[in-house]
Write a protein that binds this ligand. Sequence first.
Ligand code: SF4
Length: 417
Amino acid sequence: MASPTPSAEPTYVRKGFGLKAEVQDTLAADYTGQLVDLLRARDYVLEVGDTTVRLAREFGFCYGVERAVDYAYQTRRKFPDRRIFLAGEIIHNPHVNEKLREMGVVFLAASGKGFDYAPVEPQDVVILPAFGVTIQDFQTLRDLGCVVVDTTCGSVLNVWKRVEVYARDGFTSLIHGKYYHEETRATASQVEKYAGGQYLVVRDMGEADLVMDYIEAKAGKTTPRPALSREAFLEKFAVAASDGFDPDVHLERIGVANQTTMLARESLAIGAAVGDAMDRAYGESHRAEHFRTFDTICSATQDRQDAVMELLREPIDLMVVVGGYNSSNTISLAALCAEQVPTYHIADPDEIDVVGNAVRYRRIHKQHFEDTMSPWLPTTGPLRVGITAGASTPNNKIGQAVARVFALRGIEPGSIT
Ligand code: SF4
């Protein structure tokens, strides 16, 4: 039978290529970790002498990441001879991205709010990451006619639907997220499906306060802090708001959404606080006309945050959090831990230097700000280490971090059974 002509093949693929069984062994070889399997089998605790390591009960790869990585491997298997590109990173984990590079996948460079598709030709294949891409990027690729393998997570699509409905109904989307994060850029772009759709991204409660003060001051209410002028507001949110955003016009009707991987507790608090501010500004009876909110934190993020809080109820001397420095959900986990115990957010187990007893880690609340501590771990006396990992961290990397902790305590990881 003749092979299908390029024009007959589907150019949009969202459900993989039915090659899961074929790539399963490679995925297992690249990402499973024996020590993690052992921890699971031992009810998430390994005790050797006076060294205890406890693993959070929910950690590492989430359903969206597993699917995205699986589809990327399937894509390589399906098209062994075609050029394959990736819009940015498949997920925020250096090890996983490196594996894809080794497989010949080319990462497209960032450009404006999206990526530079100049190298892509119609016969190529482009993988969209779990975070999704902006509607402009999506349209560019569809116009190019290349094969698009879309791994956008279903939980991200749910947020897009919410933001789209806000725009349709004339509500500005107030997004709790990081304006530069791929997912938030893609989510924010959904408002452009409707003429005049607007968005504003707030990073945290501090920025949400500025928005609330502006709304209340505009409605003639007294605010706890002096509200920003229109000019100062526009300057402050210049890169975090949609084109043509005017705070005097576009803060009258607000729908709250969030990047799926933010600190759930803060997202909920922002939603509630903005609702209260809208009540004060416009009156409770008009709430439905001016305010909507919807918790769009994904269940995987929520589960990992709940599990780390549960772990922190155990006696723990310090926490190790493994995940990319640009991984939003890892940063949220590290922030939760740092409230209670000394916490080391490491991008990779290699950050732990066993010979020199040193650790290189990202300082909490500082984007990409590294520090080194040496000596790091007490090598004698009782020690209880907690460990967790972001949704993009594979089990082998978590296991290697555990192994290095034990090695620092003079315990040969191979001796742990
Ligand atoms: S963290 Fe949540 S939204 Fe992101 S890929 Fe995983 S499941 Fe999907």
